[in-house]
Each structure stands twice: as structure tokens, then as C-alpha cells.
Write a protein that binds this ligand. Structure first.
Ligand SMILES: *[C@@H]1O[C@H](CO)[C@@H](O)[C@H](O)[C@H]1NC(C)=O
Length: 281
């Protein structure tokens, strides 16, 4: 972030608690390239990881037939990181998870006191928890100095967020990159994430919640059903570029969500010019 010049402060709105909501335009090329890399992996997860960067090795697939959660553990030796990616919605079975807005106690993470997460995604998470944890443990044993990164788009974004929360109880240096993430949990969950991933400021945050123009999925489930976003929002408008990426902090409905999109729309399926599973990058 230190390379940003001439940040333009677009808006200061009211403070909620201590979190001052700010919107600034422009991110560094370095962060922008990182967001594009993670978006590429997340969009490739719809098509068996087509065209992912050549530096990345596939370690093993994650899969549960009952929930149809699909993911992979990957490793990038050039960056010294272990990446876990989850595919977004790809079946009716996944849709049943998407539409189950019942908040479920986050029982696998008792450290997160009072936390509740999206009930459908919680079922998705517990269906692959053992696989994820044993693969990550095996990789971190072999590569103890590597950082852990979790990513995904849409349903895959929320499963990634829950996974990152869980892994952060065991490991340091977990980072989370989500694209078109639905609201994933309640206020206690959001606060736990913001604290654990140092999301009070863009200079420290390890949660990058990327949104695109008026993507309607970040507006679901509705806030009035007890759902709150976590992390810092990186809002990409078109034509996408470092300068056309806004950094939005604070808990108000602003940036992407303020555009009023609801549900799956054109903006949801395309991030940085890449459509889910299209492999045209
Ligand atoms: C919805 O999620 C809750 C919490 O995870 C779960 O108990 C319930 O069985 C789910 N409902 C359906 C219809 O799958």
C-alpha cells in the first residue's frame, strides 16, 4: 500500500462504533496483481483449475459428494505459500446450500464466541473439514515456513472465509481473498474475523473482500436477517485497473452493496474480465 500516490478520499461517512467508514480510490499495482491472481484461481476452480499460473502445483482435490463442495489444496513454491481454493455454485445441491440462510452456531470454532455463520455454508464446511485440515497439516509439516492463503468466488468465497477462520485458530499468517462473497456470518463472527485478520486498516488487513460494480451476491443474505460482512472491501469498477479499485472500510452498506444489486447478475460472474470457468485468460 505504501506505493499509492495521490489517494483520493471520496467520502467520509458516519462512524459506527469506532469503525470510521471511508472510501478511497486506487490501490498499488502489487495488490491489484495479487487480487487478479487470486481471482484467476477462483474462477478456474469452476473448470478443474484451467490455466492457473504455471508456478502453482496442485497438491490434492477436496470433495464431498453429499454437499458437492469442490476445492483444491495448491502450493506456490515461488511465493512460498499453500493455497486452498473452493469452487462456487455448480449444482442444484450447491443451490440448496446457498439458499439456507438459517444462521448456525460456529461449533467447530469455539474460540469464536457467539459466532454464527450461514447455515448452508456451515454444512458445506463440516462436510470437508477433515480433508482440508489434514491436507493443510501435511503441507505445513513439509513446508513450515510457507504462508497460508484461502480463496474462492461466490459460494466458494464463503466456504473460503469459514475455512480461513478455522485455520487461523491453528496457524499464523492466514490470508483470505474472496470474490463476490455473500454475507457469511453474524456480528460476532465479523468482529472475530476483523480482529484476527487485522482488518481495521488496509495497511494490515489479511482479508481482501473483492466485489465488482453492482454484483448482487454481496447483498445476500440480507443484513436484516442478522448478517454482517467482515474484512475490507476492494470494489472493482469497469474498466478494471488499480486506479478503478476502491478500498472501502467500515460496516455501512456502501460501494458494491450500495449499488442495489440483488442475487446473481452479470457483475457477479465476471471479475477482472474473467468469467467463472470460462478459461479464456
Ligand atoms: C440449514 O442449515 C441448518 C444449519 O446448518 C441445518 O441445521 C439445516 O438442516 C439446513 N436445512 C436444510 C433444509 O438443509
Amino acid at each position: 500500500m505504501k506505493t499509492i500516490s495521490a489517494i483520493r478520499v471520496l467520502a467520509f461517512s458516519m462512524a459506527v462504533g469506532q469503525a470510521l467508514a471511508t472510501v478511497t480510490q486506487g490501490i498499488s499495482d502489487e495488490i491489484f496483481n495479487r487480487l487478479v491472481e487470486m481471482a484467476t484461481i477462483s474462477q478456474a476452480a469452476y473448470a478443474n483449475l484451467c490455466n492457473i499460473p504455471a508456478t502453482i502445483t496442485t497438491v490434492e482435490k477436496i470433495y464431498n459428494a453429499q454437499t458437492d463442495i469442490n476445492g483444491w489444496v495448491l502450493r506456490d513454491d515461488s511465493r512460498q505459500e499453500i493455497i486452498t481454493v473452493f469452487r462456487g455454485t455448480g449444482s442444484d445441491t450447491n443451490l440448496q446450500l446457498d439458499t439456507n440462510y438459517t444462521l448456525a452456531p460456529f461449533d467447530t470454532l469455539p474460540e469464536c464466541v457467539g459466532c454464527e455463520v450461514h447455515g448452508g455454508y456451515y454444512l458445506g464446511w463440516i462436510s470437508v473439514q477433515d480433508q482440508v485440515e489434514s491436507l493443510v497439516q501435511q503441507q505445513t509439516r513439509n513446508y513450515p515456513e510457507y504462508a497460508l492463503t484461502v480463496t474462492g468466488h461466490s459460494l466458494g468465497a464463503s466456504i473460503a472465509a469459514i475455512t480461513a477462520a478455522q485455520l487461523s485458530a491453528t496457524y499464523d499468517r492466514v490470508s483470505l481473498y474472496t470474490f463476490g462473497e455473500p454475507r457469511t456470518g453474524n456480528q460476532a463472527y465479523a468482529s472475530y474475523m476483523d480482529e484476527g485478520f487485522e482488518a481495521a486498516s488496509p495497511t494490515t488487513t489479511r482479508i481482501f473482500r473483492v466485489t465488482h460494480t453492482n454484483d448482487g451476491i454481496p447483498n445476500l443474505p440480507p443484513a436484516d436477517q442478522g448478517y454482517v460482512h467482515s474484512g475490507i472491501e476492494y470494489w472493482s469498477i469497469d474498466p478494471f485497473s488499480p486506479y478503478n479499485t476502491y478500498v472501502c472500510t467500515g460496516k455501512e452498506i456502501q460501494c458494491c452493496e450500495a449499488q442495489g444489486g440483488q442475487g446473481v447478475n452479470a457483475a457477479h460472474v465476471t471479475y477482472f474480465g474473467m468469467s467463472s470457468g470460462a478459461c479464456s485468460w
